[in-house]
Design a protein. Structure first.
Ligand SMILES: [Fe+2]
Ligand SMILES: [Fe+2]
Length: 376
């Protein structure tokens, strides 16, 4: 009986995981699928789900994918040293003929795995190409010359590039994720998973028009995407909260005695200053990095932090803005974050000059700093 071994965090398991297994089972003629959820040390579980929940979600997601499906808790039973080099031989003893299924993105770093020569010896490794990464054939050609080409199988299936962090973002925003099956979306809802920010999201929604709330969620997704794709290394929660709350005061203009610059009152930029103060007062945000990202999201300024630049850029280039030239500038930022940031700053500056509506001093500073002096 041929068995496929498939490991992952599965936080949560998504359709692409299922498709990858389904196609590998068909192509390799396997009868059994053994899913192995990773066991993470406690400090790495932020926004991840606990082990037993991921096991339960895996049971639901992979149900019926092969004639026999087993979710194996071997990693939790061992507790530590959960490297493929040690686990695969144990799984082979337990299940007989096994094939280890992985994506071409993981095989790229095979040299960095713990004892790769023992992994290659343990069993055959079936490799799916993942969109946006080297193809299975190419990676096998380079890795195979060192570890034996005969140990690897290139599968025909090409997996889509699904971002687990984007799935979690949608769930935290209270949306269904179309990357998940209906059963998994249902389980997430009925068990109250990913509801860390649910009260905040609902509170914001009560302040905002449908259009503005949609915009806020679009900015969250755009910011998370830039942070991941460009490896900006900003703290996930800070990005999420700053983006979510950046326009919290846009439709709540009463000053309420809060401390805002006098020259901003009565201008469109007021809502950034007021937004920072109201995020503190109404949403309990104390973190200065988050508050400053809200505070300068419209005007920009000289010498911004990466989080401030990220929220400024994501706000200007969020996917709900489809008027000229935003889609073009968004493409620039998707390729090169810094070029995108400068392009939107320059575009905004030129537009204000053209309209003659008055330049807020911070925007003038930003223009001098980033465009004229070309500082990093
Ligand atoms: Fe705004
Ligand atoms: Fe905005």
């Amino acid at each position: 009986m041929k068995t496929i071994i498939f490991g992952g965090a599965f936080a949560p398991p998504h359709k692409e995981h299922i498709e990858m297994c389904r196609s590998a089972i068909k192509e390799l003629g396997a009868d059994r699928l053994v899913v192995v959820p990773t066991f993470l040390p406690a400090h790495k579980t932020e926004h991840y789900l606990d082990f037993e929940t991921r096991v339960e979600l895996s049971r639901i997601a992979f149900n019926g994918v092969a004639r026999e499906v087993i979710v194996d808790k071997i990693e939790k039973d061992r507790g530590k040293d959960n490297y493929s080099a040690y686990i695969l031989p144990l799984l082979k003893e337990k299940y007989g003929e096994i094939v280890y299924l992985i994506g071409s993105d993981s095989l790229q770093y095979f040299d960095k795995w713990r004892e790769p020569q023992n992994v290659a010896k343990a069993c055959k490794i079936a490799v799916c190409t993942r969109e946006g990464y080297e193809s299975a054939e190419d990676v096998i050609n380079s890795v195979g010359s060192k570890y034996g080409k005969e140990n690897f199988i290139a599968l025909k299936y090409v997996g889509k590039d699904v971002s687990s962090s984007m799935i979690r973002t949608k769930l935290l925003l209270g949306e269904n994720a179309d990357e998940l099956t209906d059963e998994i979306n249902e389980y997430v809802k009925s068990h109250g998973l990913f509801d860390d920010y649910r009260d905040m999201v609902n509170q914001l929604k009560s302040y905002q028009s449908d259009e503005l709330f949609f915009h806020s969620k679009s900015v969250v997704k755009r910011a998370i995407d830039f942070n991941n794709k460009h490896i900006l290394l900003q703290d996930y929660d800070k990005v999420f909260l700053a983006a979510l709350l950046h326009d919290n005061a846009k439709q709540r203009k009463s000053l309420d005695g809060l401390d805002v610059p006098k020259d901003a009152v009565g201008t469109p930029v007021l809502h950034q200053f007021l937004g920072a103060e109201k995020a503190r007062r109404d949403f309990g945000i104390e973190d200065e990095d988050i508050l400053n990202a809200i505070r300068y999201h419209t005007t920009a300024k000289a010498n911004m932090t990466m989080l401030e630049k990220l929220i400024y850029t994501a706000d200007s280039l969020s996917d709900d803005r489809d008027y000229d030239p935003i889609p073009r500038l968004r493409e620039i930022a998707i390729k090169d974050f810094d070029a995108g940031f400068r392009a939107i700053l320059k575009f905004t500056y030129d537009k204000i000059v053209e309209r003659g509506t008055g330049m807020y001093p911070l925007t003038e500073d930003a223009y001098q700093y980033y465009i004229v002096e070309n500082n990093k």
